[in-house]
Design a protein around this ligand. Structure first.
Ligand code: 3PG
Ligand code: MG
Length: 408
């Protein structure tokens, strides 16, 4: 069954609609460093306002512990949303308390109100179903209908993501619709050659997705901190680079399975090794099988893929028809170790211009490529959900989508 859409909610003129968005943006000292998720939430809010509704926007930010914590206030997000919408946006200093109740009561037709962080309330993430349901019914009291549009959080069974949707007429917003359409294209009908590029620090985060993708792809490209566990599984010395020792057996299993399936697992052939983990560390590129022969010996830490690998990864990407990418190739936050990630992003942009379909999967990867100077228009699709898109590709049935009528 497809997702219920906004149209299924009928006439929204004069009604109050609760929008569960994912406005969990990166903040540094109270300043938003990447507003991609706020931008992505705008079309749905505008659609609802255009239909005559008043809109109550709610989201989580970070992982506060079920109680108010000023470091995770959505206030700066509400301000930015107002700028993007070009209209006045009210902000309630709590989520369901007196401030929120007053603000909801005062909300004008076609007005926009942002509630304080959902996770300032223990009920949002409670394991106990009754506690979640109680919080969801407090949220439900605010509105006539709910539009769920926080794609980045649909893999979480949380009060505003699943419970609330059962209490009011509910539908998917435009962002969730688009994200699901893209991911279904990847799971159901990816045009071959299909290449998946995985990076990031941990193999353990990617186990399930590697498992389910191996039979579906022609090439799996591996970079980022996780690549060192692959090198270690091949018996190569990796110096002081990141290693998940308890994953070595699983990785050996993938290498063997890939061989049986005729899938190429492409690993870097050279590595940028640094003297220590720091932006200004000394560094040099060495062959991937000679990491400990760099000037830093066994103390050397691999912080990026090398230039030869960056070129090889780029050509694997541009010679594909479909590419999904999740996770940086190196420590891109340090400019000296961003070249690998940049090369992969550039290759995805080149693929897009050549008519292929490239998807950047995930909040963090998306923020990374925007931080490196790319824009969302450079790619086929930039997903707002890292964990959510990976779990979708794993074939998991995501609770936040099930709650909106979705099924395979
Ligand atoms: C994310 O940033 O991955 C989403 O907003 C979900 O957040 P969470 O991992 O804290 O549930
Ligand atoms: Mg995250």
């Amino acid at each position: 069954m497809p997702l219920r859409t906004i149209e299924s909610l009928g006439d929204l003129e004069g009604r109050r609609v609760f929008v569960r968005a994912d406005l969990n943006v990166p903040l540094k000292d109270g300043t938003i460093t990447d507003d991609g998720r706020i931008r992505a939430s705008v079309p749905t809010i505008e659609r609802l306002l255009g239909a005559g509704a008043a809109v109550i926007v709610a989201s989580h930010l970070g992982r506060p512990d079920g109680a108010p914590d000023p470091a995770y206030s959505l206030a700066p997000v509400a301000t930015r949303l107002g700028e993007l919408l070009g209209r006045r946006v009210e902000f309630a200093a709590d989520t369901v308390g007196e401030a929120a109740q007053r603000a909801v009561a005062a909300l004008e037709p076609r007005g926009v109100l942002v509630l304080e962080n959902l996770r300032f309330n223990a009920g949002e993430t409670a394991k106990d179903a009754e506690e979640r349901a109680a919080f969801a019914s407090q949220l439900a009291a605010f509105a006539d209908a709910v539009v769920s549009d926080g794609f980045g959080v649909v893999h979480r069974a949380q009060a505003s993501v699943t419970d609330l949707e059962g209490l009011l007429p509910s539908a998917a917003g435009l962002l969730i619709e688009r994200e699901v359409a893209v991911l279904e294209r990847l799971t159901k009908s990816p045009e071959a050659p299909y290449t998946v590029v995985l990076g990031g620090s941990k193999v353990s985060d990617k186990l399930a997705v590697i498992d389910s993708l191996l039979p579906k792809v022609q090439t799996l490209v591996v970079g980022g901190g996780m690549l060192f566990t692959f090198l270690a599984a091949q018996g190569r010395p990796i110096g002081a680079s990141l290693l998940e020792e308890d994953m070595i057996d699983a990785v050996r299993g993938y290498l063997a399975k890939a061989e049986t399936l005729g899938v190429t697992i492409q690993l870097p052939t050279d590595i940028v090794v640094a003297s220590r983990f720091a932006a200004d560390a000394e560094h040099e590129a060495v062959p991937a099988d000679a990491i400990e022969s760099s000037s830093f010996g066994a103390q050397g830490i691999g912080l990026d893929i090398g230039p030869e690998s960056a070129a090889a990864f780029a050509s694997a990407i541009t010679s594909s028809k479909t590419v999904f990418w999740n996770g940086p190739m190196g420590v891109f936050e340090f400019p000296a170790f961003a070249a690998g990630t940049k090369a992969v992003a550039q290759a995805l942009a080149d693929l897009d211009r050549a008519g292929g379909f490239g998807v950047v999967g995930g909040g963090d990867s998306a923020a990374a490529v925007r931080g490196l100077g790319f824009s969302d228009e450079d790619f086929g699709h930039v997903s707002t959900g890292g964990g959510a898109s990976l779990e979708f590709l794993e074939g998991k049935r995501l609770p936040g989508l099930i709650a909106l009528g979705w099924s395979e």
